[in-house]
Design a protein around this ligand. Structure first.
Ligand code: DAH
Length: 350
């Protein structure tokens, strides 16, 4: 039996030495040390011996087991390390390779215009406020001096929810009402409110059922139309350059008296006349006026003490003028080629 142990030991040693990879060595381990392996046979044999023999053979068997286990362990460690090194070698990162470019989006052009106006007006003490897109008829129309049945409502037909009293706001002007109600007829107000607005218009090159307005409101004592003119002039020059000239034309809005349309000089033809300005030399950019006394009263401000001016820009319109875009649908069609072009297209006065 001792001879058998010796030859088994030599046999296993040679097999371990000749094993050429981790898989092979593990297979050999199963063959010799597994349940049905030769080592187990020897252990089974041990059980058949008497006590004296058991002592002697048990010792030999233990030594064999220890030695063989150690040999297996060394070889397995060796190959495991080798495999790991090979893997690391393969996975090496070549930092000299050119990086994969991550495509960046470009800022929304409407958002850019809104931020430009916000940046300017905040330096003039205006707060940027928000209002709900689902609005009460009362705020969108009634308190703005547009009672039910008023003909001026026709131009602002919108989408109604839950009957007649809730609607998608057709203008950002209801935020004037909300802000004045918060002021409780006591506090001066300077606010702008950019936001989405909705109308039941058929979409075409100049109309969209959803668009963006930038509302502005100032309420204080001793406010006059010339304050509005100065403010508007400042905004126009900020957006379109110092050469930009401005003018007011009389107009009508139920919530302002007097009401005006505000024009900027055409930045393409410098007033000479072109197809953008329809040969007038001027482009209309907003509606504005002095807050109507009824509106002030509706919100608790005494018109004998308080006056105010308000304006409402169409953000898409500003963007179309500034970037030479001739179709409002461009903003909503998510054509990347168009959208990425905006950065390059800016047209400004000198
Ligand atoms: N809300 C008006 C519209 O959508 C625009 C407007 C006109 C806003 C005059 C104003 C204003 O604040 O004073 O047509």
């Amino acid at each position: 039996m001792i001879e058998k142990v010796k030859s088994l030991k030599e046999e296993i040693k040679t097999k371990i030495e000749n094993a050429s990879n981790l898989k092979e060595i593990n297979e050999i381990k199963v063959i010799y040390l597994g349940k049905k392996g030769a080592m187990n046979e020897l252990t089974e044999h041990l059980k058949t011996l008497n006590n004296e023999e058991k002592k002697e053979f048990g010792k030999i068997l233990n030594e064999l087991k220890n030695e063989i286990n150690q040999l297996f362990e060394e070889k397995i460690n060796f190959y495991e390390e080798q495999e790991l090194n090979e893997k690391l070698e393969q996975e090496q990162i070549d930092i000299t390779l050119p990086a994969t470019k991550i495509p960046f989006g470009s800022p929304s052009i409407i958002e850019k215009i809104v931020e430009e106006v916000e940046d300017l007006l905040m330096t003039m003490g205006y707060d940027v406020v928000d209002g709900p897109e689902v609005e009460k008829d009362k705020y969108n129309f009634e308190m703005l001096n547009l009672p039910k049945g008023h003909p001026a409502r026709d131009a602002q037909d919108t989408f109604y929810l839950e009957g007649e009293e809730l609607l998608l706001r057709s203008q950002t002007s209801p935020v004037q009402i909300r802000t004045m109600l918060e002021g409780k007829g006591q506090q001066p107000i300077r606010m702008i409110c950019p936001g989405k607005t909705y109308r039941r218009d058929d979409d075409d090159a100049t109309h969209s059922h959803q668009f963006t307005q930038i509302e502005g409101l100032l309420v204080d004592r001793n406010v006059s139309l010339s304050d509005l003119k100065g403010t508007f002039d400042c905004i126009a020059k900020h957006l379109f350059g110092n050469d930009c000239e401005t003018r007011f034309r009389p107009s009508y809005y139920p919530f302002t008296e007097p009401s005006v349309e505000t024009d900027i000089s055409c930045h393409l033809c410098h007033g000479k006349g072109c197809n953008i300005c329809k040969n007038t030399g001027w482009i209309t950019v907003s509606g504005a006026g002095m807050v109507h006394p009824n509106v002030l009263k509706n919100c608790g401000y005494d018109p004998k003490e308080w006056q105010g001016f308000a304006f409402g820009f169409g953000a898409e319109r500003l963007a179309m003028i500034k970037y030479g875009i001739d179709d409002v649908r461009t903003f909503y069609m998510t054509d990347l080629r168009e959208l990425q072009n905006f950065d390059r297209k800016e047209i400004k006065h000198d």
